[in-house]
Design a protein around this ligand. Structure first.
Ligand SMILES: [Mg+2]
Ligand SMILES: [Zn+2]
Length: 198
């Protein structure tokens, strides 16, 4: 029988985490993968960890980006990762924002991070355990979702990470793994998960 992976699921934020933060990115040509992260992601995937991208795309609600633009950027990210041996098991996208101006998306939803609706749905669908999962991102929204799930929570200082540092420190306490960028965060996450495993 195959060995159980170190982690069941890895929930990765998109902007400022998996790719460079560009502010409501609508152009696939603007995709820049986080440096050095692909081999580390490929290792997790090869071990059997499912990789999900969880992204708040309020630009859709705000009328700043269209669904087809968001999907085109996501497809480009997926293509670039696949070329480096990194399969994405699912895209979890929240298009909402309570103050949006596109009526059908201008709602307070439960899927916008730090809400965990999308994470929980993916865990259920794939039969994965929240406590054997990790959430990685540059904002409190990511870290807060991870804490709410009882998963490992990794806060990156890339993207908007520095602006969110104080909030993460205040609300997340000692449970949060702090890292520079995605590659650093994945190394620290692996060490923490191996430590927990004993
Ligand atoms: Mg982000
Ligand atoms: Zn939502």
């Amino acid at each position: 029988m195959r060995r159980r992976p170190l982690l069941d699921a890895l929930f990765l934020d998109r902007d400022g985490t998996l790719i460079a933060e560009r502010g409501f990115l609508a152009e696939p040509a603007g995709v820049r993968l986080a440096p050095g992260a692909a081999p580390l992601l490929a290792r997790f995937a090869a071990e059997g960890t499912r990789l999900f991208v969880v992204t708040n795309q309020s630009g859709v609600a705000r009328g700043l980006t269209r669904w087809d633009e968001v999907n085109a950027v996501n497809a480009e990210v997926e293509r670039r990762l696949a070329a480096r041996g990194v399969p994405i098991a699912g895209w979890l996208v929240c298009p909402h924002h309570p103050e949006g101006r596109v009526k059908e998306y201008a709602v307070a939803c439960r899927c916008r991070k730090p809400g965990t609706l999308l994470h929980r749905r993916a865990l259920r669908r794939h039969g994965l355990a929240a406590e054997r999962s990790a959430v990685v991102g540059d904002k409190w929204d990511d870290v807060g979702a991870g804490i709410a799930l009882g998963a490992f929570a990794v806060h990156l200082l890339s993207g908007h990470g520095r602006e969110h540092r104080a909030r993460v420190r205040e609300k997340g306490g000692g449970r949060v793994i702090l890292a520079g960028g995605l590659a650093d965060g994945l190394r620290r996450l692996r060490a923490a998960a191996e430590g927990k495993q004993g």
